[in-house]
Design a protein around this ligand. Structure first.
Ligand code: GLU
Length: 260
């Protein structure tokens, strides 16, 4: 299978903005093993701004554009250094691709991205993709990595998109407000009732909430790709997700879509 995995800042970093070493090590080990088992893995990783903020000892996620861009420039290095080091332990080579919305809207640039991505996969490399936050302003940005994950999955003609987050999946009510809320293991169809379940914001370090995840689910399932939202606290769950077990919430691809 070709699998796109999106990890959020809340999975990669502690609330301090510093790296959650145990988590990231488990993630890289699991992804390396899935690759060894024959799967093709593409990682869409957030964390540039959050980790940059940590490294620069900023008290919170920056709000103004210049500081955000500066934090991303610092944090993206730290992020790739970490991935390079951890994946190298298992003999896997990583590559960095940074994109903006403008790159994906422009046919020629999107074609270049597509070609590079497929060549990297042929070469057995594990691409790590993020938004190019140090140059992306609001007008040209994709804005959130859930959407970026879905766009990458479509461009990569993936079989599965997994979004690892700080929540177990989609609930029938906001679990932070309703302790008896139930997790929905499977969403066969993205109806308007399901869309209403998308509440507000995510964590203080990341950008996404459930709304961006459902938006990603739309993009992926309509392109004939299943999408799973699961808790990133246990990256080893990826083994079970890949083998089709009920972990988190699975959004079923729209039937009858011809995938390439
Ligand atoms: N690209 C952002 C970062 O690396 C994250 C965006 C998101 O998590 O949605 O910090």
């Amino acid at each position: 299978m070709r699998i796109v995995i999106k990890v959020g800042t809340s999975t990669l970093a502690h609330a301090t903005g510093h790296l959650n070493i145990r988590r990231v090590e488990e993630l890289c080990r699991t992804l390396s093993d899935l690759k060894n088992a024959g799967h093709e893995i593409i990682l869409v990783s957030s964390g540039a701004i959050g980790m940059g903020a940590g490294k620069l000892s900023l008290k919170e996620r920056p709000r103004d554009m210049a500081t955000k861009q500066a934090a991303a420039a610092v944090g993206q290095c730290e992020l790739m250094y970490t991935y390079d080091k951890l994946f190298a332990e298992y003999n896997h080579t990583v590559a960095q691709i940074l994109l903006t919305g403008a790159d994906l809207r422009d046919e020629e640039r999107r074609g270049n991205f597509h070609r590079t991505l497929f060549r990297l996969l042929e070469l057995g490399v594990l691409p790590v993709i993020n938004e190019n936050d140090s140059v992306a302003t609001e007008e040209i940005s994709i804005g959130d990595n859930d959407t970026l994950g879905a766009i990458v999955a479509v461009n990569a003609e993936a079989d599965l998109l997994v979004i690892l987050s700080d929540i177990d999946g989609l609930y029938d009510a906001d679990p932070r407000k309703h302790p008896d809320a139930r997790l929905l293991p499977i969403v066969e169809k993205l109806t308007s009732d399901i869309e209403k379940l998308a509440g507000g914001e995510g964590s203080s370090l990341g950008t996404g909430g459930m709304a961006t995840k459902l938006h990603a689910a739309h993009i992926a399932t309509e392109a004939g790709i299943d999408m799973v939202i699961a808790n990133g606290a246990t990256p080893e769950n990826l083994y079970r997700i890949v083998s089709g077990e009920d972990i988190g919430t699975r959004f079923c691809k729209v039937k009858g879509v011809q995938t390439v």
